[in-house]
Design a protein around this ligand. Structure first.
Ligand code: ADP
Ligand code: MG
Length: 398
């Protein structure tokens, strides 16, 4: 059934006929590579239900994605070849991999009805992808009968393969991944089960201003950790040593705190910190209060904070977490993030994780399967929470 979105409707792949049709399937296969091999295949796994469905329904699939930032030029470093290899292993079948996403090579392959699964080389090897050049979009759409989008992580981009192409293809639909993301994320902005808590961390508030503003209109409790907390603490006159903070965001932090107070939203700040003299963590130690001595920087929140946050997360019915509690890439400063992940995993609530680093932190803590939903979106997820009218969704509405 098509679903309602912004007073319009969006078709799903189950609403359209794909048998024997040439389907352009835009996915987000922007996977991390190490030594030319896919080092994390989550993004491939996430599109398998849609891909398998299309193949079972006898569609001829032209799979397309970007990878990294090759800046409009072919660059072997960003080839999708390793993705083709991994996908072929996962599906136990051959995949035809093209060396360009447009042109005569692709055209020839599409003329042969026996070619059922083609993966195109990186869309961003052409500048027209990111500039949304209509000629490039039309070129991509050549011979295509159906457009299916499951690239949730790229839906906020006005790129040729996301928006431009849809003008040249008569039938359009979303896949199972986009449906799943919407099913879990829409309630966060419409009707979250209450009490609703948001846990924010990460490096900068400036990255997340708009989403914080939107969340403030919805939440009951807000927990702030990570380096982001220091701008708030500084705004309250608390000594933060040499910790990372944003001077130009102090006034904004005050505004957020005032607004929270007038809306009767409780904001929970850290109570202690794991501190060091520098980011290499030499001579790391714990504070026993919120105050950080001169010459020291907070690189993680401390154990009292985790207990305090965990206590106040009890009874919550919805929790959205974005942003690690500390510099979690560098042990021991991953301690609080891991502890919080485990603590959130135990709560009996709708638990949603968003943001690239938060998702990998939850994965490293080994509790991904205990979360209700791990959003694949990163930046797209935060954009969606600010305003769900992502370009890539609006273009599929009818
Ligand atoms: P996400 O990708 O989940 O949205 P962010 O990108 O906003 O998260 O934040 C993650 C980054 O924040 C990490 O690189 C982490 O090292 C950094 N960070 C968190 N806390 C601190 C801190 N106290 N000091 C320095 N960096 C921090
Ligand atoms: Mg990040």
């Amino acid at each position: 059934m098509p679903f309602a979105f912004q007073n319009k409707t969006i078709q799903t792949i189950e609403d359209i006929d794909v048998a024997d049709k040439i389907v352009f399937f835009r996915a987000d296969l922007n996977t991390p590579l190490e030594n030319g091999v896919v080092s994390n295949d989550t993004r491939i796994t996430e599109i398998l239900p849609t891909l398998k469905y299309l193949l079972e329904k006898n569609a001829r699939v032209v799979l397309a994605s970007h990878l990294g930032r090759p800046e409009g030029k072919p660059n072997p470093k960003y080839s999708l070849m390793p993705v083709a290899d991994r996908l072929s292993e996962m599906l136990s079948r051959d995949i035809i991999f093209t060396d360009d996403c447009i042109g005569d090579g692709v055209k020839k392959l599409l003329q042969n009805p026996n070619n059922k699964l083609i993966l195109l080389e990186n869309l961003r090897f052409h500048p027209g992808e990111e500039t949304n050049d209509p000629d490039f979009a039309q070129e991509l759409a050549k011979s295509i009968q159906v457009y299916v989008c499951d690239a949730f992580g790229t839906l906020h981009r006005d790129h040729a393969s996301i928006t431009g192409i849809t003008k040249f293809v008569p039938v359009k639909a979303v896949g199972f991944l986009v449906q799943k993301e919407l099913q879990h994320l829409l309630p966060l902005i419409s009707q979250p089960k209450r009490p609703y808590a948001v846990v924010l961390g990460g490096a900068k508030i400036s990255d997340k201003i708009k989403v914080v503003e939107q969340l403030l209109k919805k939440v009951d409790r807000l927990f702030i950790g990570g380096a982001m907390a220091f701008t708030f603490l500084k705004a309250n006159g608390i000594p933060i040593g040499t910790s990372l903070y944003e001077e130009h965001m102090i006034a904004y932090a005050k505004k957020i705190m005032n607004e929270a107070e007038s809306r009767k939203i409780s904001i929970f700040f850290p109570r202690d910190f794991h501190i060091a003299k520098d980011i290499n963590g030499t001579s790391a130690t714990m504070t026993d209060s919120i105050r950080i001595p001169d010459g020291w920087m907070g690189l993680d929140v401390g154990p009292k904070t985790i207990t305090y946050f965990s206590e106040h997360l009890q009874g919550i019915k919805t929790v959205f977490w974005n942003g690690p509690m500390g510099m979690f890439e560098k042990p021991p400063f991953d301690t609080a993030t891991t502890a919080l992940a485990k603590s959130i995993a135990k709560i009996d609530a709708t638990k949603i994780i968003g943001g690239g680093d938060s998702v990998s932190a939850v994965d490293r803590a080994g509790v991904s399967s205990e979360m209700t939903h791990i959003s694949t979106g990163g930046g797209a997820t935060l954009k969606f929470l600010q305003d769900p009218r992502l370009k890539g969704l609006m273009t599929l509405c009818s």
